[in-house]
Design a protein around this ligand. Sequence first.
Ligand code: SAH
Length: 195
Amino acid sequence: MRKLKITELNRITPEDFKTAEKIPLIVVLDNVRSLHNVGSVFRTADAFRVEAVYLCGITAVPPQAEIHKTALGAENTVNWQYFENTLDAVAELKQKSYHIAAVEQAENSILLDQLHLKDEKYAIILGNEVHGVNQEVMNQCDSCIEIPQFGTKHSLNVSVTSGILIWEFFKALPFPPSVLPARQQHLCHPDPSPI
Ligand code: SAH
């Protein structure tokens, strides 16, 4: 298998990204401490055409060298907004009729493999590296999604969590028609058989 050259990846330009259709998903970061984690979330949000990233509380905002280090420019393509208080972001999302899901380990959470999405706009809230999603914010959420874990560690890294969740939402939500040509390009395996 020959590795593809960057020019063969047929990526859209940052200018085209701005006006390209997005999936109806907003990622909310509730007081995320690490700028590298923030940058990493931006990079994944760019890959899957996430509508916006909301940066709340102590979460750093671009431009920042440490965000850029992991975002590699995605901090300039993905829409973002800053809220001093995560509850203000939640209030705005409620007012705009988004289904708001905490991504957290909590009572009555929906395990990710049991997730069934409806024809709705979604916002997912990810929390601080030490304290998780604030309980007051949890209280305002419509649901909670948890990734089951089977090892020794209590939790996953927050940006890794966002990657797993964003991919799940991308697969389940109606993806923009303009994504289709990239999915059908001849470079992909014509006969996806079990490996
Ligand atoms: N010790 C913290 C862990 C925070 S991990 C706590 O007790 O909450 C940082 C963030 O990553 C969490 O707030 C959550 O949004 C996400 N996360 C990590 N592991 C997760 C899992 N297994 N399921 C859902 N979210 C998870």
